[in-house]
Design a binder for this molecule. Structure first.
Ligand code: FES
Length: 202
């Protein structure tokens, strides 16, 4: 897992758009009086969505002011969680899970594919500027390991060859089909097995 890369190119100002403001107010009102700071993660996520999928320092300051909390506390949250990007990412943002279940099922083959097709180092835009990748911690789809997330979609049950094909498609501007690449529906057992007994007799 790499350290967060904070962009040197920082916009001076940030403020919520009308839609973001509405979404932020809706979230903040769910918290009891005096506990609004607990909305910090959701508000950072809204800021990230608004700003082409990354959070500039000015957005952290804006969120801190919005929630009436110290900037350093917002900074700590934004720099801790891998779901927040602190430098520009590609239009196609590839996150490869390399936590243990994915790792033992071959996640580093997916990393190899990203290095070959996108860029040698993570958090670096591809030559076309369309795509970037990074390693992340568990994305909660371990039963379909190894897997990666591209923007809002999960691509599961992968190997290097399948990953290369998916990356070729996104680099051409196509949208590959998300889900299992071993033909499973969601995370159903393979070969229609329903019990461990069936597994034993298979
Ligand atoms: S370990 Fe990769 S999704 Fe959980």
């Amino acid at each position: 897992m790499s350290l967060k890369k904070i962009s040197k190119d920082q916009p001076k100002n940030f403020q919520f758009s009308e839609n973001s403001l509405k979404a932020a107010n809706n979230i903040v009102k769910n918290y009891p009086k005096g506990k609004q700071q607990s909305a910090v993660m959701a508000l950072l996520y809204i800021a990230q969505k608004q700003n082409n999928n990354w959070i500039p320092l000015s957005a952290m300051k804006y969120v801190a002011k919005f929630l009436n909390m110290p900037y350093i506390k917002v900074y700590e949250v934004a720099t801790f969680y891998s779901m927040y990007n602190l430098s520009p990412v590609g239009e196609y943002f590839v996150q490869v899970c390399t936590t243990t279940p994915c790792m033992i099922r071959g996640a580093y083959k997916l990393v190899e594919a990203c290095k070959e097709k996108i860029s040698e180092s993570e958090n670096t835009l591809s030559q076309s500027g369309k795509c970037s990748w990074m390693e992340v911690e568990c994305l909660g789809a371990c039963v379909n390991a190894p897997m990666m997330q591209i923007n809002d979609d999960y691509y599961e049950d992968l190997d290097k060859e399948k990953t290369l094909k998916i990356l070729d498609k996104i680099l051409k501007g196509d949208k590959p089909k998300p889900g299992s690449y071993r033909g499973r529906i969601n995370n159903e057992p393979e070969n229609n097995r329903k019990t461990l007994l069936e597994y034993k007799n298979a």
